[in-house]
Design a protein around this ligand. Structure first.
Ligand code: CTP
Length: 411
């Protein structure tokens, strides 16, 4: 909340249309509205007919100080609400919660309620915070609609994983109001301390081929690296995201993604962009060894009771770029350690010529591979230490970027 406090009163004079569609997460939108109002913004709430089943317009109009708009016409006076005026009045529009149905209507321009007509009429930046059950979220149709919205320039504020209203556990829970507030406030205030900077991020695993169908790999999901790319971009930086084989969409923003498979390819891609970068975060779980040879044809099982694969050492990408580093480039590595953690991590940072290392301890539940959360200790080459407690990877990424790159003393 401390960052939120810092943003208060910064939205004075800003006009926000808050669109609420019919999902249980609508109760969280009351808190979001409160944050916008506290920050000095003028907020016009537009709610869908189904939204009113979840939250009363009286609560919303009391907090916003404006009558809530829901229907095209006011029932008793027959007054017509101009969605065009509303669309032009807005500096930003936020749809939270955005249900699967609202997302589908937005993607296809189905203007059958005030919220969608306002969306279609606005020239302002639009953010949408989806909220739905996990199967609805995963459904190809929802994902297709979201891809269309992203292509249309809508800022999708990804839902979180957790317990859902249905009792199921998975991705689909609307992001917390503080986070939605921050995304919108940061857009409206132009809070971009890294504008003009470019950073390299390596992410995901590498696969080292044994033959055309088999490889040596690891369980890295790429989530932490992708979250770092997004955080850098949110602060205004350009990002070169060199990604191993992962099944993640490229985060929204000025992020150029270069897909690679092996450690050697990752090194070549990283080297090709390094000179133009102000810094790099090496988040990839690079395979330490690769088969000395990759068989041209699938290795057959017949007549083999055992087999040996000769492995050769892969290049160390972070160490290689650590040698090429200019004094004004800031390099950050990760260390996953099981014992003598601080000592090992610090040694790794020094050996590789890095400025910072983010230590993950395997002893911490919820940290590391394949989880949506992480907990890291940031250690600087000059001895500074900063703890980032267990939280969503997106938040850990934001704090890492703030601590390392947004503080002028660290450049
Ligand atoms: N790294 C890299 N290229 C490699 C190996 C590691 O860029 N070939 C980077 C990782 O992205 C990470 C840091 O180096 O930022 C440390 O990775 P880690 O696997 O913990 O260290 P290693 O150097 O492989 O040491 P060890 O496996 O012996 O702990």
């Amino acid at each position: 909340m401390s960052d939120v406090l810092a943003l208060q009163y910064m939205l004075k004079g800003k006009h926000i249309v808050l669109g609420i569609s019919g999902g249980i997460a609508a109760y969280k939108s009351v808190m979001l509205l409160r944050l916008f109002v506290k920050a000095g913004a003028e907020v016009q709430v537009v709610i869908t007919p189904n939204g009113k089943q979840f939250i009363t317009p009286v609560t919303l109009s009391s907090l916003s100080g404006k009558p809530v708009i829901s229907e095209f016409f006011t029932a008793n006076t027959g007054e017509w609400h101009s969605h065009v005026d509303l669309g032009l009045w807005a500096d930003a529009m936020v749809i939270a919660p955005a249900t699967a149905s609202t997302i589908a209507k937005m993607a296809n321009g189905v203007a059958d309620n005030m919220l969608i007509t306002s969306y279609l009429s606005t020239r302002a930046k639009v953010f949408a915070a989806p909220a739905m059950d996990l199967d609805m979220w995963k459904h190809p149709s929802t994902q297709r609609n979201l891809a269309m919205l992203r292509a249309d320039g809508v800022g999708i504020i990804e839902p979180e994983a957790g317990e859902l209203a249905s009792g199921l556990v998975g991705k689909g829970r609307m992001e917390e109001p503080e986070k939605i507030f921050e995304a919108v406030a940061s857009y409206l205030t132009g809070n971009k301390p890294l504008a003009g900077k470019t950073y390299l991020v390596t992410a995901g695993p590498t696969y080292e081929n044994i033959d055309p169908v088999r490889f040596i790999g690891n369980h890295s999901s790429g989530k932490m690296g992708f979250a770092l790319a997004k955080a850098l971009s949110d602060f205004g930086a350009k990002v070169r995201l060199v990604a191993g084989p992962v099944s993640l969409p490229t985060p929204e923003g000025e992020i150029e993604r270069i897909d690679v498979v092996s450690a050697r390819e990752m090194l070549a891609a990283s080297e090709s962009v390094f000179a133009e970068c102000d810094g790099a975060i090496f988040c990839a779980a690079v395979a330490d060894y690769a088969p000395a040879e990759c068989a041209e044809k699938k290795i057959k099982r017949e007549k083999r009771d055992s087999m040996t694969i000769e492995l050769v050492k892969n290049p160390d990408i972070s160490a290689r770029l650590g040698q090429l580093k200019r004094p004004n480039q800031t390099l950050v590595g990760f260390a996953l350690e099981t014992d003598n953690e601080t000592e090992n991590a610090t040694g790794k940072m020094m050996r590789k010529g890095l400025d910072w290392i983010a230590l993950n301890s395997l002893r911490d539940a919820g940290a590391g591979f394949r989880t949506d959360t992480n907990k890291v200790t940031l250690i600087a080459a000059d001895g500074r230490v900063s703890e980032i407690p267990l939280m969503a990877k997106s938040e850990v990424a934001r704090r890492m970027v703030e601590t390392i790159f947004c503080n002028a003393d660290n450049q």
